[in-house]
Design a protein. Structure first.
Length: 123
């Protein structure tokens, strides 16, 4: 018996919500990696928490940001495909929106947030 390419492989199904949560995780890690070099350690020190363990994430900021962007884009594509059928949960759209916001913060971190936060924390 032969199998056609349209049959399921028996593996776990990938859902929009799963991709959306993956996007939130990846964009959160990308945002943390953007802040791990300068501002986040100052915040942690002011709170009495050591932050040197996060420094290993700094070189991976852009690769993590790219992976997060691809995961979020895949989530939006799947959600918009199912939008016409009315098969998209509102929570999926909310999670994808939050993931997109975190990704935008991660991309804009060094340019718009890091320098003002350093000045504010050092004053």
């Amino acid at each position: 018996m032969t199998t056609s390419g349209s049959e399921k492989s028996g593996g776990p199904a990938v859902t929009e919500k799963g991709i959306a949560f993956g996007g939130i995780f990846a964009s959160s890690v990308a945002l943390i990696s953007a802040a791990a070099c300068c501002v986040l350690p100052l915040v942690f020190v002011s709170l009495g928490i050591g932050a040197s363990a996060l420094s290993f994430l700094v070189p991976y900021h852009w690769p993590l940001t790219i992976v997060a962007g691809m995961a979020i884009a895949a989530g939006w594509v799947l959600a918009l495909r199912n939008w016409t059928r009315g098969a998209v949960a509102r929570s999926t759209i909310v999670v994808l929106g939050l993931a997109t916001l975190l990704l935008v913060l991660s991309v804009a971190w060094k340019t718009y947030f890091e320098a003002p936060l350093q000045i504010w924390l050092n004053s």
